[in-house]
Design a protein around this ligand. Structure first.
Ligand code: SF4
Length: 286
């Protein structure tokens, strides 16, 4: 069986920065302990578990908001995740006199600045993103004049003018085009700043370029990772390749490898390299 290792893949600059920030806080003698992270620092449970082993406390709850989780913290230092944070969370941490380190990725921060800038100029924002994703939640908290658009069906019908469009940085490059085209069709004077980050763009392009004659593709990533799920979507929809999301080598099923001559492997931007290497090694030795 031929095994193709797709590149680029794995950790992006924003994920590296966020993990480094947590490790530096753990090792610092001056940073107040314990170290908290509200939500997953990056969307990968192996990363979160490794940091837990270092004493980092991750507060993650599907019911409570991040603002409510702040009320459970009374000391130490909070690291704010790569996906960005509701400004009210920062305000509450300041009120409670709790130190925090903001590890928001600079590409995410850029979209937040655009939202604030255009909302201040009187525009209504159409934010293209995934419902309940922390980056989209943070973006939606920046202004009241914003509508979340996940699919074409979410575009309001000619009720708003003066529209500015931007998006979640990890959205699919191919899906977004149809949504933006439809918005412009409905609102011809719309201003658009498409902000899919370079890491997402390059990882998606590498999959499209590689998976032309591949029988099976594995994406190593966490089910919570939007960019990992998008890699699966892109591979299946645009290269017609059977594509499976796995968290580690333990998820590979022999039945999926029956009659497979060529397999490719990539990973999400929050997947540690060693997990992907283990998958590649397993497949090479299979
Ligand atoms: S995927 Fe892009 S936006 Fe998200 S952390 Fe990585 S570089 Fe930043």
């Amino acid at each position: 069986m031929k095994v193709i290792s797709i590149n680029p893949r794995g950790f992006c600059k924003g994920v590296n920065k966020a993990i480094k920030a947590v490790r530096a806080a753990v090792n610092s003698t001056t940073t107040k302990k314990p170290i908290y992270v509200i939500g997953y620092i990056v969307h990968n449970r192996f990363v979160v578990n490794e940091l837990t082993d270092l004493g980092v406390i991750t507060l993650d709850d599907t019911v409570k908001t991040r603002l409510e989780l702040v009320e459970e913290i009374n000391s130490g230092t909070v690291i704010l995740s790569a996906h960005g944070t509701n400004p009210l969370v920062k305000e509450r941490l300041i009120e409670k006199n709790i130190d925090f380190i903001d590890a928001t990725c600079e590409d995410v921060e850029k979209t937040f600045q655009l939202i604030k800038e255009y909302a201040a100029k009187g525009h209504h924002i159409f934010y293209i993103g995934k419902k309940n994703h922390p980056e989209a939640n943070a973006a939606m908290s920046l202004t009241k004049d914003v509508t979340l658009i996940e699919t074409i069906e979410d575009i309001p019908e000619n009720i708003l003018e003066n529209i500015f469009v931007t998006n979640q940085t990890t959205f699919s490059t191919l899906e977004i085009k149809g949504i933006i085209d439809k918005i412009i069709e409905n609102y011809p004077n719309t201003l658009v700043s498409e902000e899919i980050c370079n890491a997402t763009r390059l990882r998606q392009k590498a999959i499209i370029d590689t998976n032309k004659d591949v029988d099976l593709c594995y994406i190593v990533g966490d089910p919570r990772s939007n960019n990992s799920k998008n890699l699966v979507y892109i591979s299946e929809s645009f290269t017609n390749t059977k594509t499976l999301l796995i968290q580690s080598v333990a998820d590979i099923l022999e039945i999926d490898l029956l009659n497979i001559k060529t397999v490719s492997v990539s990973s999400g931007a929050s997947t540690p390299n060693y997990l992907t290497k283990e998958v590649i090694e397993f497949l090479k030795n299979y």
